[in-house]
Ligand binder design. Structure first.
Ligand code: DQA
Length: 137
């Protein structure tokens, strides 16, 4: 099974960014734990702060991979382009968030990803990614 985690803007700063919300761990450290935990699957990772690059990556993997775990971060709440890209590809997408977006500001309650995703996992910290992998398995 071939899965990819795609992280959007500002998630390169995990570990330093608002640790009260997102924790102290870097994503790279968590990813290496995940890869050990799920050694039987091919688990790729991509992060970009640029909307068009995220769309290009969705196009690149979206007809080939078995699943996409997408934390589009702030673009979740704004990007018609990312929403359309998910509609255009055939690989199923699970929307994930580290924080519980529905318990935060109202603008975080809108998602352009969710209407075309299999489902949403939000609020379990980094474990949200693990739960998404388990869902694909
Ligand atoms: C986030 C939630 C978004 O609202 C926010 O813009 C992020 C991170 C999360 O993982 O909790 O950057 O996607």
């Amino acid at each position: 099974m071939k899965l990819i985690i795609i992280n959007g803007p500002n998630l390169n700063l995990l570990g330093k960014r608002e640790p009260d919300i997102y924790g102290n761990q870097t994503f790279e450290a968590y990813l290496s734990d995940l890869k050990n935990q799920f050694s039987a699957i091919e688990l790729a990772y991509y992060q970009s702060n640029i909307e068009g690059e995220l769309i290009d990556k969705l196009h690149e993997v979206g007809f080939d991979y078995d699943g996409i775990i997408l934390n589009a971060a702030a673009y979740t709440h704004t990007s018609v382009g990312i929403g359309d890209a998910i509609k255009a590809i055939t690989t199923p997408v699970i929307e994930v968030h580290i924080s519980n977006v529905t318990s935060r500001e109202a603008f975080r309650h809108t998602s352009y990803v969710a209407p075309n995703a299999v489902g949403i996992i939000s609020g379990f910290g980094f474990k949200s990614y693990e739960l998404a992998i388990r869902s694909f398995l």
